[in-house]
Design a protein around this ligand. Sequence first.
Ligand SMILES: Cc1cc2nc3c(=O)[nH]c(=O)nc-3n(C[C@H](O)[C@H](O)[C@H](O)COP(=O)(O)OP(=O)(O)OC[C@H]3O[C@@H](n4cnc5c(N)ncnc54)[C@H](O)[C@@H]3O)c2cc1C
Length: 369
Amino acid sequence: MLVVGGGIAGCVAALAMHQRGIGVRIVEIRSPWTGAGHGITVQGNALHALRTVGVLDRVLARAVPFDTLRMRHVDGTLLEELVTPRTGGPDLPATVGALRSDLQAALSDAVREKDIPVTLGTGVTALDQRPGGVEVTLGTGERGRFALVVGADGIRSTIRRSIGIDIEPKPTGMGIWRVVAERPAEMDCAELYFGGPRYKAGYCPISEDRCYAYLLDVPLDSSMIGERPAGALLRERSAGYGGLWGRIREELRDDTLVDYRWIESVVLNEPWYRDRVLLIGDAAHACPPTIAQGAAMSAEDGIVLAELLAAAPSIDDALAAFMARRLDRVRMVLDNSLLLAEWEIRPDAQGADSARLMAQTMDALCAPA
Ligand SMILES: Cc1cc2nc3c(=O)[nH]c(=O)nc-3n(C[C@H](O)[C@H](O)[C@H](O)COP(=O)(O)OP(=O)(O)OC[C@H]3O[C@@H](n4cnc5c(N)ncnc54)[C@H](O)[C@@H]3O)c2cc1C
């Protein structure tokens, strides 16, 4: 099998296939193979998938677990405290906050330790579907034949395009500022701030002394996209937020590295595969991070795929079974994440109740993938 993309979806899929004795190789366009430096909240069902492929301990060693989500008013006043359901089972935290680079390192290290072949710094330039397999040409010119190609190459997937699915990521009408900042000592879980000058602000702890803070804003000009020393600008955009967010803002230096990007989604209203090429992770379903389930859905894809490849009588049967098993669960997360994004933009929309929808979604996700 060939997995294109060595992010969360690709690494978990490759590790899970290797675990079941399925030969697999990864092609990853980045070199060196590192994750971006900002934070991520990883939910219990993602942790469950990471445990299945044996990387949970190294993730937990560099992450902060918590079971609570607090909703606050812009001035810091507490609105509601939710006990987050443990979607990965009672023996796993509901959520952990982590550095993305630590999560990626845990996955890449595990792939290397298992001696799964990885080719860095290149992608796929041609895919030719043949009976029972795919002829693949890599950017290096190397050619090979694979029984299945798994496109795990993210929201702007080139594999998606190469199998004729011409969908582009769709803007949700929001942009997000992200920063890794000093963790105020009182911060003990994820918190969200509503009713302020921007759509939403939030943070979670990611280590003893660092936290990951973000601000959901209007979509600004595309020239703003990327990571740069923009602490002064984030201070300006986040003015008006109190509580611990206010404290984080005060600590931002002019040259603090800040990432800004639009929030986009990918929703496929068709199967995620053509013959022997399958899309998983954000390549097949990218949701706004309003429930922070992107990593979990991507990791679950990898686990379920490997399980079905090992159990089904043929690859074609495995692919059909994969879609049947993944579609409703992923669609529920996508639809609810998009609805939450809409409610963040229009909080006075009829029926808008973010806390209820989040809780309902997490409750539903307690069922195994
Ligand atoms: C602003 C923001 C905040 C988010 N916050 C959270 C959060 O807190 N919690 C959460 O669970 N999810 C979050 N998500 C979603 C989460 O990041 C994604 O769902 C997840 O990273 C998807 O994993 P993936 O492996 O499918 O894709 P990616 O992480 O995008 O990995 C794709 C991999 O493929 C490689 N690649 C790309 N093109 C090629 C190519 N042509 N050839 C070979 N390799 C290629 C890339 O280099 C990368 O390594 C957030 C998303 C955004 C945009």
